[in-house]
Design a protein around this ligand. Structure first.
Ligand code: PMP
Length: 426
């Protein structure tokens, strides 16, 4: 670990916390973040040459595994023609056509550079379209770091103990109404009071920023019905779930159609890409067809589009998702069996190729309170044990894990072999 330690102390001199995104600093689990030098397939290597089986996958994007040949070649080819033009290209049309083909509720789509931009722009459009001010989000859901969305947020905000961030004026935060995930009653209660002024509900259809919590039966359908009743825009933040919990995202998996969809992560194949889209009459409110302003110097960047198109094209292969789901099931079922064998109170959740491990007595975790009541000390020990054995999990207990098409059954077996040793020692 010597090289990672030296790099970490050097990084802290010029970069706040030594990292460009907080959870990378290992604050929740303690110890030294591993500085990564390369990644391939299901593996990453750190600066000291140690190999890890990676279940973070760049926080979701690498559903085809690291260093995918076709994505890499597409990027190199596009880069040969110039890196950015700030003028329209055919690649942007191809990308839009591909996204719409795979996620049909998106009748029109606009590219941005991150998930944060996708959600921030979507709520602006929802407000512009409805002429209303308030938005409803769920406690423990994370939608990026725009002001209105950093209220009772999950992910790093939760891990760092600042789910509602200083720097967000109270006048802004007052328009964000926060309710309980998987609890329709709590949603109905805020609509009884503020229904006429609620522009949108924004939801992670599978919550992946308070560990992994799938929707209970009827929850997403209930949100759809409430939005229809009140003339409110339903936004699915599928930045994490898009092209991951199924080819067409959570909306395909659960059969509930939002008005606006936000995408990120997988859509860029590892390059910085986000997108939002949805019903034509809503999305055309955006500039230049409508009055709601939204723009981006590097949006639709040709190199990023090439990566995204190469990723999405491969995701259309028959049987690809079924293989990833099988690996995910092998992993969570194996982990559960090992925890039971060693008498460690643990339960798992999964949806498609997203999974979560919870150190708790609760049989099935379905809400935020249960997620944050898990045994973080035990998680930390498990985390470092696994890291030591060469398995790289998210360095915080509030993050979902991810499996790629490169995690074959031998890779999962190797992971379970490591978990057997680590759980035995807990
Ligand atoms: N929405 C969700 C559901 C996310 O998981 C994330 C990032 N983890 C974001 C939005 C923000 O995306 P980005 O980090 O690309 O801004």
């Amino acid at each position: 670990m010597q090289k990672s330690e030296a790099l970490f102390s050097r990084a802290q001199k010029t970069i706040p916390g030594g990292v460009n995104s907080p959870v990378r600093a290992f604050k929740a689990v303690g110890g030294t973040p591993r500085f990564i030098t390369k990644a391939d397939g299901p593996y990453m290597w750190d600066a000291d040459g140690k190999r890890y089986i990676d279940y973070v996958l760049s926080w979701g994007p690498m559903v085809l595994g690291h260093n995918n040949d076709k994505i890499r070649e597409a990027v190199i080819e596009a880069a040969g023609s110039g890196l950015s033009f700030g003028a329209p290209t055919e690649a942007e049309i191809l990308m839009a056509e591909k996204v719409i083909e795979m996620v049909p509720s998106m009748e029109m789509v606009r590219m941005v550079n991150s998930g944060t931009e996708a959600t921030m722009s979507s709520i602006r459009i929802a407000r512009g379209y409805t002429g209303r001010n308030k938005i409803v989000k769920f406690e423990g859901c994370y939608h990026g770091h725009a002001d209105s969305l950093l209220v009772k947020a999950g992910s790093g905000a939760l891990t760092m103990g600042v789910p509602s961030s200083p720097g967000v004026p109270a006048e802004v935060a007052q328009h964000t109404l926060t309710v309980e995930f998987n609890n329709l009653e709590s949603v109905e209660a805020v609509f009884r009071e503020h229904g006429d002024d609620i522009a949108c509900i924004i939801v992670e259809p599978v919550a992946g920023n308070m560990n992994c919590i799938p929707p209970v039966e009827g929850f997403l359908e209930g949100l759809r019905a409430i939005c229809d009743h009140h003339g409110t825009v339903l936004i699915f933040d599928e930045v994490m779930t898009g092209f991951r919990v199924s080819r067409g995202g959570a909306q395909e998996r659960y059969g509930v159609t939002p008005d606006i969809t936000c995408l990120g992560k997988v859509i860029g194949g590892g390059m910085p890409v986000g997108a939002f889209g949805g019903k034509r009459d809503i999305i055309t409110h955006v500039s230049p067809t409508g009055p709601v302003y939204q723009a981006g110097t590097l949006s639709g960047n040709p190199v990023a589009m090439a990566a995204g198109i190469a990723a999405l094209s491969q995701l259309q292969q028959d049987g690809l998702y079924e293989g990833i789901y099988r690996s995910t099931e092998q992993l969570v079922e194996g982990m559960q069996a090992l925890a039971d064998k060693h008498g460690v109170p643990m339960t798992t959740n999964h949806a498609g190729s997203m999974f979560g491990l919870f150190f708790t007595d609760v049989e099935k975790v379905v809400n935020y309170q249960q997620a944050i009541n898990c045994n973080t000390e035990q998680f930390k020990q498990f985390y470092h044990g696994m890291l030591n054995e060469g398995v790289y999990l998210a360095p915080a207990s509030y993050e979902a894990g991810f499996v790629s098409s490169q995690h074959d059954s031998a890779v999962i077996e190797e992971t379970l072999h490591a978990a057997d040793k680590v759980l035995a020692a807990l």
